[in-house]
Design a protein around this ligand. Structure first.
Ligand SMILES: *Cc1c(COP(=O)(O)O)cnc(C)c1O
Length: 393
């Protein structure tokens, strides 16, 4: 497809995305293949969705078998696939109840409604600066990335932000009116920012004193992406509520809110619901994801190769410190902050058949599928090294 055709096809759509000029034919494992036969290493993974890569045989099998039985029945019925996926989520999260949604933003909305019902209208719900929790009104009101919210006031009331990793700001703002703190332990869209253990420790100390809820948004960082089941597992803490989405559906739309303690009893019948949330076909794919990542230990390879990727990038950072400011993240959620905008480098990598993404203007976000092997990481590192040494030394 030439650029003109691409532009014509773009005419069908609202202008909300800056489209990447690739005409995708199909995917195979860690690769995306275009109609002109080019093979790309996909270290974007559909934005942290395709944990098992593309066209995974077990996902295809599970989805096919499920759709032959039924594609949808409504949440008025219990289904084996939903129950099995809920059981696995509970087992690996330490939570005890599940509410399924279609997406991440709906999981965040569910959390906001639950917090409001439990804590009342006046409680303050906090997020952290530069956080991202979704695009619908509630989750957008919660998000700390101002570029997304400037046109849309009025936002929901009684929400506020705490400066990321700022213990003084935390002490200043938290008090007996605080209803909840919603946070990404490793921020994704915000540029792969890792919470400091001291900040987390203080947050949980304050929770003891003031009894607010802590909600971990693990929509991007969960399901093994950081080399542990959830990003909060890197800290010695357990949140009250966990939000998941992205990787959980194996490429199909699925999200969930997981609760601990008595929080599963806050909603009663009719308080909240969804037509499609927890769709059986998506759940069938989700079971495969959790079995592969947790039961079959894909996660230990993520931890090991993530350490390798990180240390090789730190090595490059030291060598090219005029271009690379910092390397951040854990497992397969890695950000390389540049001293300049990262779009040109992302494009040069694409010209070398490597797909990564640029977030927060100057952070290259590297999101390998969890099935990526050492040779895939090495292919990325080789090309990244070539790009930065040829053009930026
Ligand atoms: C992607 C994302 C969301 C929103 O999920 P959608 O499925 O796009 O609605 C929320 N929080 C975080 C941390 C995310 O990365």
């Amino acid at each position: 497809m030439n650029l003109k055709e691409q532009n014509n096809k773009n005419d069908f759509f609202l202008d909300t995305y800056k489209r990447i000029p690739l005409d995708i034919s199909h995917g195979e494992g860690v690769h995306l293949i275009t109609k002109d036969g080019q093979r790309y290493l996909d270290f974007f993974s559909g934005l942290a969705v395709n944990a098992l890569g593309h066209s995974h045989s077990l996902i295809i099998k599970a989805v096919t078998e499920q759709i032959k039985k039924f594609a949808h029945v409504s949440n008025y019925y219990l289904t084996d696939v939903q129950s099995r996926l809920a059981e696995l989520l509970i087992k690996y999260s330490g939570m005890n109840k599940v509410f399924f949604t279609n997406s991440g933003t709906e999981a965040a909305e569910t959390a906001i409604k639950l917090i409001r019902k439990l804590k009342g209208p006046d409680g303050i719900i906090f997020s952290l600066t530069n956080s991202f929790h979704g695009r619908t009104y509630g989750s957008m009101s919660l998000s700390g990335r101002e570029k997304n919210i400037e046109y849309y006031s009025p936002l929901l009331k009684n929400m506020n932000q705490i400066n990321f990793n700022d213990k003084n700001d935390l002490i200043k703002k938290i008090n007996s009116d605080s209803a909840a703190v919603v946070l990404e332990f490793i921020q994704g869209e915000g540029g792969i920012n890792v919470l400091h253990p001291d900040f987390v420790e203080l947050l949980f100390e304050l929770k003891e004193k003031y009894n607010f809820l802590i909600v971990a948004d693990e929509i991007q960082s969960g399901i093994g992406r950081t080399g542990k089941p959830f990003a909060f597992n890197h800290y010695n803490v357990v949140p009250d509520i966990i939000l998941v989405a992205k990787a959980i559906g194996g490429g199909l739309p699925l999200g969930a809110l997981l609760t601990s303690g008595d929080l599963g009893n806050v909603f009663s019948t009719g308080d909240h619901g969804t037509t499609f949330g927890g769709n059986p076909v998506a759940c069938a794919a989700g079971i495969v994801v959790l079995e592969e990542v947790f039961e079959k230990q894909l996660i230990s390879s993520v931890e090991k190769l993530g350490d390798y990727l990180y240390s090789e990038l730190v090595f490059l950072q030291q060598k090219f410190n005029k271009l690379i400011k910092e390397v951040r993240g854990k497992g397969f959620l890695i950000g390389v902050e540049l001293t300049s905008e990262c779009d040109p480098i992302v494009e040069m990598l694409r010209n070398r058949n490597v797909l990564v993404n640029c977030t927060n203007k100057n952070v290259i976000r590297i999101l390998p599928p969890l099935i990526a092997g050492k040779s895939d990481i090495d292919f990325f590192l080789y090309n990244f090294h070539q790009v930065i040494s040829s053009d930026f030394s």
